[in-house]
Design a protein. Sequence first.
Length: 196
Amino acid sequence: MLNLILFGPPGAGKGTQSEKLIAKYQLVHLSTGDIFRSNIKGGTELGTLAKSYMDKGQLVPDDVTIRLLESEVNKHPNAKGFIFDGFPRTIAQAEALDAFLAKKGQSISVILSLEVEEDELRQRLTERAKSSGRPDDADPAVIQKRIDVYKNETLPLKQHFTAQGKYQGINGIGEIETIFNALCEKIDKVKNVVAK
Ligand code: ADP
């Protein structure tokens, strides 16, 4: 199985690249942000809880997020692999994912990290607010909070993944197609190893 983590700050392009990657590699795309948003739309209890954190730019608590992710993975017993987009975002989530996959005799193949500097992120998210309809894109203070939460809670994962020898950084600035090709190059290398 090919299990990819698409990693990077808010606005790095994880969603855009995921769309292209699932088409090429036929993987199941699991975006915790998308799942929370569809729960908000559907008016579920989980949606109400998630919204109370998301609107402030905070992370949804680990226990809720981990349980959700595991149940989503379990919905796809025949998957060729997964793209985890926006998960894990904390060390606790990363450890839970490792343990959960290990129980199934699986593991993460590679962490693909889209690297984009802060000024560019702020610009992209402000621009995205015009069409995304996302309340968390519309408020500069919430955008800043998400960037700060990323730096404090999520970026430490870089060390965690590097220690596992699985972290691959990719320049997230440039043409969508160029970035996509850079991602594919990294994935194909890992795929060859997995296939052997
Ligand atoms: P972006 O990366 O552009 O901020 P996402 O859709 O990935 O967008 O996430 C939106 C929000 O959903 C986050 O700010 C957070 O509140 C919540 N969220 C998404 N994934 C997680 C996660 N793994 N852990 C905790 N909260 C999450």
